[in-house]
Design a protein around this ligand. Structure first.
Ligand SMILES: NC(=O)c1ccc[n+]([C@@H]2O[C@H](COP(=O)([O-])OP(=O)(O)OC[C@H]3O[C@@H](n4cnc5c(N)ncnc54)[C@H](OP(=O)(O)O)[C@@H]3O)[C@@H](O)[C@H]2O)c1
Length: 251
């Protein structure tokens, strides 16, 4: 498929990115930053009206597809179409995520989290890795969480799914290094960010989505392996990892 955007990209040589989960929050703000830095960006999410609104801010540099990442057939089709419209791909950022406070351990929120953060995530990361393997170089970025580091009594599926994501990204990074695939892999671990995803009444060091996105952009530019957003969460992570299990279980 050749479109106006494709021809413009060829002419102006924009760098090309896809942000999965850019209808709101950090993904949306990152899209605005990339557009300001001469990237053409394909954005996705389920809420088509919000994607359209963002696209209208800069129709020359933004294209969108609405799909649910839990539906694997639609995801692959949507990503393929975006790559074709952009005229290639240099960077894929996966920001889509689901998480619920679920003290009752209801099965619906637990499995919805797994379908989105584990199955959907794996589907997109494998697709993008294999694309970049054929069309190097490439950069894969996952927005995981500080939650990846330990379990959580009120959101067990969320923390477990984020641990899966971090571990998966590390696996892909090792694969790329060993095989010489020229694919960079970045694991972004935010603390609390003021979006709909931020849940609970004990939040602290809460960053705005704009601030978080600018730190994510910096980490992307530097091709960091792991970046905490904001930086002070690195100290928190250090302490969290050191805490003995018998203390962690009580807090
Ligand atoms: N906010 C925090 O405190 C925090 C902390 C650590 C990590 N994170 C992680 O940061 C990432 C971005 O979240 P955010 O804070 O920016 O929250 P957000 O504003 O709620 O953004 C979440 C994005 O995920 C998309 N999404 C959710 N389920 C989807 C599905 N099934 N299919 C396709 N897209 C889906 C949403 O789009 P649609 O609803 O339009 O589909 C939206 O664009 C998430 O992975 C989250 O786990 C957030």
């Amino acid at each position: 498929m050749t479109t106006d955007l494709f021809h413009q990209n060829q002419k102006k040589k924009y760098k090309k990115a896809i942000i999965v989960g850019a209808s709101s929050g950090m993904g949306k703000e990152l899209c605005r930053i990339l557009v300001g830095r001469d990237w053409a960006v394909g954005i996705t999410g389920r809420r088509e009206n919000l994607l359209k609104e963002l696209q209208e801010e800069n129709p020359e540099q933004i294209v969108y597809r609405a799909f649910d990442i839990r539906d694997m057939s639609k995801t692959t089709k949507g990503l393929r179409e975006l790559i074709s419209e952009l005229g290639g791909l240099d960077l894929l950022v996966l920001s889509s995520g689901a998480g619920f406070l679920n003290e009752e351990l209801d099965s619906e929120p637990e499995f919805r989290t797994i379908d989105t953060n584990v199955t959907g995530f794996t589907d997109i990361m494998t697709f993008a890795y294999l694309y970049f393997e054929k069309h190097p170089p490439g950069h894969l970025v996952g927005i995981t969480s500080i939650a990846a580091l330990r379990g959580n009594a009120v959101a067990p599926a969320y923390n477990a799914s984020k641990a899966y994501q971090s571990n998966y990204l590390e696996g892909l990074r090792q694969k790329s290094r060993k095989a010489g695939h020229r694919i960079s892999v970045t694991d972004i671990r935010p603390g609390f960010v003021d979006t709909d995803m931020a849940k609970g009444d004990k939040m602290f060091w809460v960053a705005s989505p704009q601030k978080a996105a600018s730190l994510i952009y910096k980490a992307i530019r530097r091709k960091k392996r792991v970046a905490y957003v904001s930086r002070r969460w690195r100290i928190f992570a250090f302490i969290l990892k050191l805490l003995p299990r018998w203390i962690y279980e009580k807090i």
